[in-house]
Design a protein around this ligand. Structure first.
Ligand SMILES: Cc1ncc(COP(=O)(O)O)c(C=O)c1O
Length: 432
């Protein structure tokens, strides 16, 4: 059966029962990188979960009628789904600059990807992070990991890492594995981290480096080869593909030598009658036990392909113009204080955290939603050590005693407009 809205991709004559069409919005987006949304609702919380790109929605809608098992069936539907899943792996890997000796492993999200890596590092690995990381990049690491203090500028981060690695190497055999784990952009401040420089320092000291690209990838090209990082973790739902897939990409040797992250079907090449008679698969399958998230992988790949086709420089320029408008507007409000780790002009992506003096942040967020239909995030953003530190720094910098103990965060991306930014600024101005 054919249908005008859902092409029959394989033309195999298999009967296809159609799912209901996606709800149509009054201004339904049609370009691949247009994002879905609800008219009248202003979403300024992209850093938590970005809206769905048309490319992701279309890819899922196209595949849904074919939905069947992956790697587990000989039928036409199943074979198409297996192909789609493996093509998605290729597309996502290529988008992030996968190398010949890397694996591309689908996960649930960045947290899952970093936990997988934490289980796969060789015994005795020391992991070095900064205290400014998101909890997903602070908590999974083994005991004995080193947490460096929050640096005051990007150069300081590079210097501190070099000193810490030199110190580590002085006291240990050069053969002992060390992994540096850093974010590409802070989920609290949006500030970018000097990833390529940190990677150079890590490698100079015989360490590997994993990049938490959860917040960088939605705003800027991220390429394993250009940055020379060993591993990279990303969440689809922050990259306009809200179907529950993430990815860990990186060096195969540690991953192939590690126990499977999820023991079960699909992760084995042989299981015998005795309890421990099992041979685990190598390659991505080793860590992808259980039926995979086909639609999540396909959605993520669709966004990667659409971004690849787009003028990413123009997208970034648009976002930077909006970010400048937002930050300038916030700075003009005497009762609003921005949080920052580095200097005010440090490079950053479209994320700003701030406090409104004299106002509880949850109350502000609730009012913005109820009275202005604006969605922002409030709290400590799963980066408690950093957020608390920045709140206290803000109090010290401004000398104000009426700053609240938690913060607000506005974040933008594809589809964000100057009018939305201005609505937020006007709403905050009313609180002065
Ligand atoms: C920098 C950073 N790393 C990791 C994560 C965890 O992402 P997820 O919740 O998708 O696992 C987040 C989520 O906000 C983040 O901002």
């Amino acid at each position: 059966m054919s249908h005008p809205g859902v092409p029959d991709p394989g033309g195999s004559g298999v009967s296809v029962t159609l799912v209901p069409a996606l709800p149509t919005l009054p201004s339904a987006p049609s370009a691949p990188l247009d994002v879905l949304g609800v008219p009248g609702e202003i979403n300024l919380d992209y850093a938590a979960s970005a809206p769905c790109a048309r490319a992701a929605a279309d890819a899922v809608a196209e595949l849904l009628p074919w939905y069947a098992s992956v790697h587990r069936g000989a039928g036409a539907l199943s074979r198409r789904c297996t192909l789609a899943y493996e093509q998605a792996r290729q597309t996502v890997g290529d988008f992030f600059g996968v190398r010949a000796d890397d694996h591309v492993i689908f996960t649930r999200n960045t947290t899952d990807a970093l936990n997988l890596l934490a289980r796969a590092v060789p015994a005795g690995t020391t992991v070095v992070t900064f205290a400014s990381e998101h909890h997903a990049n602070l908590l999974p690491w083994p005991r004995g990991s080193v947490r460096l203090p929050v640096p005051s500028d990007p150069d300081g981060a590079v210097r501190d890492l070099a000193a810490a690695l030199a110190e580590l190497r002085r006291g240990s055999s050069p053969a002992l594995p060390v992994l540096v784990a850093v974010t590409g952009a802070s989920n609290v401040t949006g500030e970018r981290w000097p990833v390529a420089e940190l990677a150079r320092v890590a490698h100079r000291h015989g360490a590997r480096i994993v990049l938490d690209a959860a917040q960088l990838a939605p705003h800027a090209p991220v390429d394993l080869r250009t940055l020379d990082v060993d591993y990279l973790a990303v969440s689809g739902h922050k990259l306009y593909a809200p179907f529950g897939a993430g990815v860990l990409i990186g060096r195969a040797d540690w991953l192939d030598a590690a126990p499977p992250y999820l023991a079960g079907g699909g992760a084995t090449s042989h299981v015998g009658p005795a309890t421990h008679d099992v041979t685990w698969a190598t390659g991505p399958a080793r860590h992808e036990g259980g039926t995979p998230n086909l639609l999540g992988a396909v959605a993520l790949a669709a966004v990667c392909a659409a971004l690849d086709d787009a003028d990413q420089t123009a997208l970034a320029a648009h976002e930077q113009a909006l970010l400048a408008r937002l930050r300038t507007g916030l700075a003009a409000l005497p009762h609003v204080v921005e949080l920052r780790t580095f200097g005010p002009n440090a490079p950053r992506v479209g994320i700003v955290s701030f406090v409104v003096a004299g106002w509880d942040s949850t109350e502000v967020a609730t009012r913005l939603a109820a009275e202005h239909h604006i969605g922002v995030r409030d709290g400590l953003f799963c980066a408690h050590p950093l957020a608390r530190r920045l709140l206290s720094e803000a109090a010290g910098r401004t000398g104000r005693r009426d700053l609240p103990p938690t913060a607000l965060r506005a974040s933008i991306g594809l589809g964000s407009t100057a009018a939305q930014v201005d609505r937020l600024l006007a709403a905050l101005a009313e609180l002065g």
